[in-house]
Design a protein around this ligand. Structure first.
Ligand SMILES: [Fe+2]
Ligand SMILES: [Fe+2]
Length: 273
């Protein structure tokens, strides 16, 4: 059974009163980054249900998913929401989130899961690599110290989720006799899907509440999305992400070195899209 450690951090560890509101409030890209992350994280329970169903009967996995993974993802959502509401109290978070959730829930379908439990575990490693990389980049890309702390706490949690999913993956790989080719295909497909769909959905619903007159303005939405992408893209470290991504393949060192460069190029494009 995975260790039942207490949470590594609490929302009350963050000192919101130290935020220099006069400087932070006018940074629209920062607002959209914090708010879209708060939406996606707060919608995590939609996905937990699908995963718990897929792993029904494996109590070690389902207990960890419910008690650790989901609890931590939802804490990410609550902390980011508290941050947004502290800095931009005039923003109606609740109703914007309701609109987002209505659309977002249509993306989290059971049929989007990988075909076997082991392959889904490898796909979860990709997703956690994506989130860990994203929050590390947010932490590097901001000058606001409280947000930097928050993004760092979240990134550390995402890395620990990755490690746990990787452990489960190894167990299922043995049970299912998974070969590298099938794992590689799943990793590639899920990496390709690590795109901005969730963020784009969040941006639209944030704009509807924040600036209704611009919510239908495709150019404005594209511009906001690419400003957010640039902040993240400038600060990612593709090397670390790549190591995490390739680990489930357990390739011989020689082969890993040979494919490193082309995959690194590909990764950079994925995150910069
Ligand atoms: Fe998270
Ligand atoms: Fe996570």
């Amino acid at each position: 059974m995975p260790a039942c450690n207490p949470p590594r951090w609490k929302i009350s560890d963050l000192d919101f009163s130290s935020i220099a509101l006069d400087r932070v409030r006018s940074d629209e890209t920062h607002f959209y980054l914090a708010c879209s992350a708060s939406f996606v994280e707060s919608g995590s329970d939609l996905y937990t249900r699908n995963l718990v169903d897929l792993f029904a009967g494996d109590d070690e996995v389902t207990t960890w998913l419910r008690e650790h993974w989901e609890a931590e993802e939802l804490q990410h959502g609550r902390a980011l929401r508290a941050y947004v509401q502290h800095v931009w109290p005039e923003f109606d978070w609740e109703s914007a989130f309701r609109g987002f959730l209505e659309e977002y829930s249509t993306y989290c379908k059971v049929e989007l899961l990988a075909p076997t439990r082991g392959l889904e575990m490898s796909a979860r490693c990709v997703v956690e690599t994506g989130t860990a990389t994203y929050y590390r980049a947010l932490a590097r890309g901001t000058r606001e110290p409280v947000f930097r702390d928050l993004a760092t706490h979240i990134a550390n949690d995402e890395v620990s989720h990755y490690k746990q999913f990787f452990r489960f993956f190894r167990r299922y790989r043995e049970q299912e006799g998974l070969g590298r080719t099938r794992v590689m295909r799943t990793l590639a497909r899920r990496t390709w899907e690590l795109r901005s769909e969730d963020a784009d959905c969040a941006i639209r619903h944030i704009a509807k509440a924040r600036a209704p007159e611009r919510a239908e303005d495709a150019r404005y939405l594209r511009e906001m999305s690419s400003r957010m992408g640039r902040t993240v893209g400038r600060n990612i470290s593709p090397g670390t992400a790549l190591k995490m991504l390739m680990r489930p393949l357990e390739l011989p060192r020689r082969v890993e070195a040979a494919v490193q460069f082309p995959i690194e190029q590909f990764m950079t494009r994925v995150f910069l899209r």
